[in-house]
Design a protein around this ligand. Structure first.
Ligand SMILES: [Zn+2]
Length: 307
């Protein structure tokens, strides 16, 4: 008898909703989720050194794939998008090692130096190793217009469009108008905004900030990560105060352009935990339909990072 994989069995079970409701199939939509944003690193700084001048700061000393699995497997998350950790800067080798060591489990978002010549080729080389996106961080950039206006940045946005890769900005709301301009200039480039562009990081969700984020929905290739709940609004589980912001994002972007992510390990320290992050989207917001959740918990990330 032909064996079907657990994944295809689950998909069958989901699509056979009527059969599920009738009790013919006992498996419900509980597995096969994708977490679209996790950082991993190793305590082995001899083999994988931190970038010059960088420290692990207040971060835990170790967050390996195995440590991640201990949190996410219990919640039915079996694929994860790894985001290059800042203290490794442009050396993506530990992330690439993790991708290679766990075939089919990880996709990757790398960091490249846009001021180095050959950035386009570097992106293509990384894409061959499982990378599907490139993180750009406003960070301590003083002149944001100059940062986004550099020739290297132009090359990155163009290459991403040509190669079916994504640009993933980690920004504060004040950078949203500039990202809007980039999206006008590079309309074919897929963009994935991290953590609602940190709307609510100061403790309150400002209407003007959220409106600027929602404005980006007019660009069809812009996606938003509904993520980092520990860091936004009241910063307190069960994070229900973020519900109205998630609802507005769903209404403007559609669930097909939203993806849930934990931002581990930061979601599993300081009294927060993994369950509360996924549970907000999966179990706690009654305005999200079953189909919305399917997109936010798997299909959007699959489309963007596993295509
Ligand atoms: Zn992060």
């Amino acid at each position: 008898m032909k064996q079907i994989s657990r994944r295809s069995f689950l998909r069958t079970a989901i699509s056979a909703g009527a059969a599920t409701a009738a009790g013919c199939v006992t498996v419900n939509f509980k597995q096969d989720y994708i977490d679209a944003h996790v950082h991993v690193w190793t305590p082995d700084t001899a083999k994988y050194p931190l970038a010059s001048g960088m420290t692990k700061g207040g971060c835990v000393d170790s967050f390996t794939p195995e440590q991640l699995f201990a949190h996410c497997k219990h919640e039915g998350v079996d694929r994860i998008v790894l985001i290059q950790m800042s203290f490794y800067k442009f050396d993506n080798s530990y992330m690439l090692y993790a991708i290679a060591k766990h075939p089919g489990v990880f996709s990757g978002v790398a960091i490249v130096n846009e001021h180095e010549t050959g950035v386009s080729q570097r992106m293509k080389d990384l894409a061959k190793q499982g990378v599907r996106g490139f993180r750009i961080c406003a960070g301590k950039e003083k002149d944001l217009e100059k940062w986004l206006g550099s020739p290297g940045m132009a090359e990155m946005w163009k290459t991403a469009a040509d190669e079916g890769l994504s640009i993933c900005p980690l920004i504060n709301p004040d950078t949203l108008p500039l990202i809007d301009k980039m999206c006008v200039k590079y309309p074919r480039t897929s963009v994935v905004i991290d953590h609602f562009s940190r709307v609510g990081m100061t403790g309150s969700i400002l209407r003007t900030d959220l409106d600027q984020l929602l404005q980006l929905s007019k660009h069809p290739h812009v996606h938003v990560k509904t993520s980092a709940f520990y860091a936004l609004g009241k910063k307190q589980a069960p994070y229900l105060d973020l519900g109205p912001m998630i609802r507005e994002c769903r209404n403007h972007f559609g669930a097909q352009r939203l993806m849930w992510a934990s931002d581990c390990p930061f979601q599993v320290v300081s009294g927060h935990n993994y369950h509360d992050s996924i549970a907000l989207i999966r179990d706690r917001l009654d305005f999200l339909s079953v189909e919305d959740k399917e997109w936010m918990l798997r299909r959007t990330a699959e489309k963007v990072f596993w295509a």
